[in-house]
Design a protein around this ligand. Structure first.
Ligand SMILES: C[S@@+](CC[C@H](N)C(=O)[O-])C[C@H]1O[C@@H](n2cnc3c(N)ncnc32)[C@H](O)[C@@H]1O
Length: 273
């Protein structure tokens, strides 16, 4: 028998916002990202609490669970969405990252923004994976903001950071990259620790402020040299070698590199800006 719903609960339920109808998959992920951007913009421009709350309500209406489910589905192998397949191919083919000798033990790696425990990097046998995410969706994924992680918890041979930076508020992007340099083993020009970096392709192919050259010059300041890259219509994949020390005075400016009305504003603002 159904339990009666109290008047208070009925009113609360009515007031709850609902996600727009038909919002699923990539559409949902994009919409969620746009709302996050809008929230960051409103916060930065000191908009009214009411405006910010309105965006927060829309985010809540979608829910982080639905967002992560959509991300997991995107990684589903039948949809060809597991970016770590490309990582594994590159690492297998490059002896400077994975020297070929019989006693090789799995490399300790950190997966930031982990939404699945059975993607290729988890199952290929090359790696022992520590997984973290802001919102854990599995007992083997530690709930942690990478910015709060200390190198004392372990340093890694490789870090996978796939579709995380575009999700992070702009002013935290450079902090995340800097944190990654701290969580990797020290730089080494011969057998370097590595950083696998994935962002939506339009961040570098259609941004007013960022293209491949800008990205690589910023990454170079952190100690990263690009070794492999591949850009599809939707996604840009990079494997960087951590082969020189991070610059002590990180410095770059936001400048227009490609102008045009249909471009986006993706950028990685410098730590000091
Ligand atoms: C679009 S999903 C990407 C999932 C998966 N890595 C992929 O490539 O499909 C982005 C994930 O990054 C996580 N994330 C964003 N900022 C983070 C941070 N500072 N620390 C840990 N995880 C973070 C989010 O919680 C979200 O689950």
């Amino acid at each position: 028998m159904r339990r009666p719903v109290s008047v208070k609960d009925r009113v609360a339920k009515k007031k709850q916002a609902h996600p727009p109808k038909g919002l699923k998959g990539n559409k949902l992920i994009r919409h969620y990202h746009n709302l996050l951007k809008e929230k960051a913009r409103l916060t930065a421009t000191q908009a009214s609490a009411q405006q910010i709350q309105h965006v927060e309500q829309q985010l809540e209406a979608i829910g982080i669970d639905a967002y992560q489910k959509a991300s997991q589905n995107g990684q589903n192998s039948q949809k060809g969405g597991d970016s770590s397949k490309i990582l594994v191919e590159w690492i297998r083919a490059d002896p400077s990252f994975y020297p070929k000798h019989p006693n090789n033990r799995p490399q300790q790696i950190l997966e930031i923004g982990s939404v699945s425990v059975d993607n290729k990097c988890s199952t290929c046998g090359l790696f022992s994976v520590t997984r973290i995410d802001l919102h854990s969706s599995h007992p083997l994924i530690q709930e942690q903001d990478v910015l709060t992680r200390s190198p004392k918890e372990g340093q890694f041979h490789g870090i996978s950071c796939s579709l995380v930076l575009n999700f992070a508020p702009p002013n935290t992007r450079a902090q995340i990259l800097w944190k990654c340099t701290q969580l990797l083993l020290p730089p080494d020009p011969i057998h370097p620790p590595w950083f696998f970096f994935v962002i939506p392709a339009p961040c570098v192919t259609n941004s007013r402020y960022m293209d491949n050259a800008t990205l690589h010059s910023i990454m170079h300041q952190f100690g990263f040299t690009v070794r492999h890259s591949s850009i599809s219509k939707k996604i840009a994949y990079y494997l960087y070698a951590y082969d020189h020390p991070c610059t002590t005075n990180l410095s770059w400016k936001k400048k227009i590199v490609h102008d045009g009305p249909s471009r986006n504003n993706f950028f990685i603002p410098c730590l000091t800006n």
